[in-house]
Design a protein around this ligand. Structure first.
Ligand SMILES: [Zn+2]
Length: 184
């Protein structure tokens, strides 16, 4: 089982992930203006309507709005039990948004079965949507993934993902809100 593999393997943050962090930081700092050479076919309006940059949500409001597990994971750096999340095997086409602020984070076409028990994506919709943070818990070094808009904890990113990126965003289902694509 993969989990054992992750626990027993000594983990350090690889240069690849440090580079990814740097490019996410740069993208967030630059806002969504012309970063990454992304073709402008996607004309989605900037971020969440009316939300201030880095808006901080009231803890009481969040506790009411989110389920206990959603609150624990997104606000207290929790982790849902493997294979317990509702999106682990979700295969529908659509978009995964931040459960707290609604920012679009991951698209279904980069989701894959990692076997780890959590939804896995090999890319983000845009690098300015997430911030990465180096984390060191008792010698276990990991790269934490947070929502760039509201700083909700999403999960972690590892460097064992498939091509073309080679990275694996391992995200808690309860940090996400899936919106199915509707055919026009
Ligand atoms: Zn968010």
């Amino acid at each position: 089982m993969n989990i054992l593999h992750y626990v027993t393997q000594k983990q350090e943050i690889s240069p690849k992930l440090k580079k990814l962090k740097a490019s996410c930081d740069a993208a967030v700092a630059a806002g969504s203006k012309g970063q990454d050479g992304a073709c402008s076919s996607n004309s989605s309006t900037k971020s969440v309507t009316g939300a201030e940059a880095l808006s901080v949500y009231d803890k009481d409001e969040l506790q009411k709005r989110l389920s206990p597990v959603q609150y624990r994971v997104t606000q207290k750096l929790g982790t849902e039990k493997p294979f317990s999340g509702k999106y682990v095997h979700q295969k529908d086409e659509g978009q995964y948004n931040c459960v707290v602020c609604g920012t679009p984070l991951f698209a279904s076409d980069v989701k894959y079965e990692s076997g780890s028990g959590w939804p896995a994506f090999y890319d983000v919709i845009s690098k300015d949507r997430v911030v990465l943070k180096e984390e060191n818990l008792g010698g276990l070094q990991r790269m934490e993934v947070k929502c760039a808009e509201c700083r909700a904890h999403l999960g972690h990113v590892f460097d064992d993902g498939p091509k073309p990126t080679g990275v694996r965003f391992c995200v808690n289902s309860c940090s996400l809100d899936f919106k199915k694509h509707t055919t026009v």
